[in-house]
Design a protein around this ligand. Sequence first.
Ligand code: NI
Ligand code: MN
Length: 229
Amino acid sequence: MVKITYHGHACIELNDGKYDIIFDPFITGNPVTKANPDNLKPNAILISHGHADHLGDAVNIAKRTGALIIAPFELADFCQKQGAPNIHPMHIGGSYNFEFGKVKLTQALHGSAFVTPEGTHYTGNPCGFIVNFGGKCFYFAGDTGLFSDMKTIGSLNSIDIAFLPIGDNFTMGPDDAVKAAEMLQARTVIPMHYNTWPVIEQNPENFKEKLKSIGINCIIIPFNNSIEI
Ligand code: NI
Ligand code: MN
């Protein structure tokens, strides 16, 4: 069994009873989460790109817990320079077998930089992740537009759960995410990256209906809730 907790936005935590991993831990400043970053105890933190709504609390959580940061090379290096004690840099197309499972980085059509009032820090290319964890195959798309190689990702991996952004404006909107789901042939799709702010407001029920009409299963996890699969 894998417990999937949706902390809102793109922050998703997976726990198989032995290991806990978290994607894009944007907690501080996330208007929809009730999580407290001081209570999170992940073994690994997977970060898709350097935007503040994804990098989030990653470095602080890593400093407190010693969690391993897994990210594209330039972003992992940035986290190390910010004080993260353990990093594992990777890059798109590469995979690695960690204690908790296998991780492969996929492309994502997006930007990646950490922007502060003092300046813009280059954090490499954005990515998505294929993660084999707790006996299931997860695809976390990250922030991305639709790309036709999702068909290849779907043919190379038997995806149990695909986390797809549906918010539009910065990423795919619901219609493109339906096309993505078709190409990926995922058994179940879980929408993310919506309703954090008005600019990415969407009704996930409409997305679910569209998927249902083409025979694809969709689970909407309300913010701050968990499911077990
Ligand atoms: Ni982004
Ligand atoms: Mn984002």
